[in-house]
Ligand binder design. Structure first.
Ligand SMILES: [Fe+2]
Ligand SMILES: [Fe+2]
Length: 270
C-alpha cells in the first residue's frame, strides 16, 4: 500500500535546522514511497534561499514531487515577478511547474495556483484558471478508476476557522466540481500553515502546516502528514513537532463509497 509523506511551506530563509534534522530522522523510519511538497519552498525567492531548498531536495533519499507556492516568486523585484516569475524555480528546483507522476497504483497531478498579481488586494491569494481545470481533467481522463488520483496545489480549497479571514483559491467551486467528475480523490495543499482535513463535494482535502519554518500560525506547531492507502481507503496521520521531535498527534480514516469520500474514524476538530 503506497505511503506518502506530505510536507509544505518549507520557507527556506526562515527554516529551523533542528526541525529539518528531526524530520529526516522520523522520515527514515517511516520509509515513504514518495515525498510530496505543496509549495512555498522559500521565504523571499532569493538565490540563497533557492540554493538551500535545492540542497535540501538533493539530500532526499526518497523520490519527491514538488510544486511552487506564492513565496517562490519575488515580492520585491517586480521586473522579475511580472516578466520571469518562475525563472529561479525552473533553474534551481524543476523545469516543470505542473508535473505529473505515475506510481504503481497512483497518479499525481500538480497545479500551480500562485499568481504574480490579481484583481484583488491580496496577491498571495491563489487562482486556478479554466485552462488549468480542463488540463487536470484531461490528465486524469485515461487514468483507471482503480488508481488513487491526487491533485497537489499550494492554495486552499477550504479554510479552517483560524484562517477564515483568508480566501480560498479563486474558481474553487468550478474546480472541485470538475475534479470530482474527473475522479480526483485527494487534494493536497498548504499556504495557511495549519494541518487539517475536510471533505468537499466528496473530494478529500488535506493540508500540511509549515513543516520546517518558524512562520507558525497561532497555536500551530510545525507539521507534516503521513498518508497511506488506496482509492478505497485512506489514513491521514498528522505529525507535529513537540520541540524535540515529530510525533503522531492524530489519525483520521476515510472510506470511498458510492463516489464520495467519508470520514469513518478520528476527530475532526479544526
Ligand atoms: Fe507559506
Ligand atoms: Fe503560501
Amino acid at each position: 500500500m503506497p505511503r506518502f509523506v506530505h510536507i509544505s511551506d518549507l520557507h527556506f530563509g526562515r527554516e529551523q535546522p533542528e526541525v529539518i534534522a528531526g524530520w529526516f530522522k522520523i522520515t527514515a523510519e517511516l520509509q515513504p514511497d514518495l515525498i510530496i511538497i505543496s509549495g512555498d519552498l522559500t521565504q523571499r525567492a532569493t538565490d540563497t534561499e533557492y540554493l538551500a531548498a535545492q540542497q535540501f531536495l538533493s539530500q532526499l533519499p526518497w523520490p519527491y514531487f514538488v510544486i511552487p507556492g506564492n513565496h517562490d516568486m519575488s515580492a520585491t523585484d517586480l521586473a522579475e515577478r511580472f516578466f520571469k516569475p518562475w525563472k529561479k524555480w525552473q533553474h534551481y528546483i524543476a523545469p516543470d511547474l505542473e508535473p505529473v507522476l505515475d506510481l504503481e497504483h497512483t497518479r499525481i497531478v500538480g497545479v500551480n495556483t500562485a499568481r504574480a498579481a490579481g484583481f484583488y488586494f491580496d496577491w498571495s491569494r491563489g487562482q486556478i484558471s479554466d485552462q488549468q481545470i480542463t488540463a487536470v481533467q484531461q490528465k486524469f481522463q485515461e487514468t483507471a478508476a482503480t488508481r488513487l488520483k491526487i491533485v497537489v496545489a499550494h492554495h486552499p480549497f477550504w479554510l479552517p476557522k483560524n484562517s477564515e479571514y483568508r480566501d480560498v483559491v479563486e474558481r474553487r467551486d468550478q474546480a472541485i466540481a470538475a475534479f470530482h467528475d474527473a475522479g480526483v480523490d485527494l487534494i493536497l495543499s498548504g499556504h495557511v500553515h495549519t494541518a487539517y482535513t475536510q471533505i468537499l463535494q466528496g473530494v478529500l482535502i488535506v493540508h500540511s502546516g509549515t513543516s520546517f519554518s518558524n512562520r507558525l500560525s497561532q497555536g500551530q506547531a510545525n507539521s507534516f502528514n503521513l498518508i497511506q492507502g488506496d482509492h478505497t481507503h485512506l489514513t491521514i496521520q498528522f505529525m507535529h513537532w513537540n520541540g524535540q521531535r515529530f510525533q503522531s498527534t492524530e489519525q483520521r480514516e476515510f472510506q470511498h463509497t458510492q463516489g464520495v469520500w467519508q470520514q469513518t474514524a478520528g476527530l475532526n476538530s479544526v
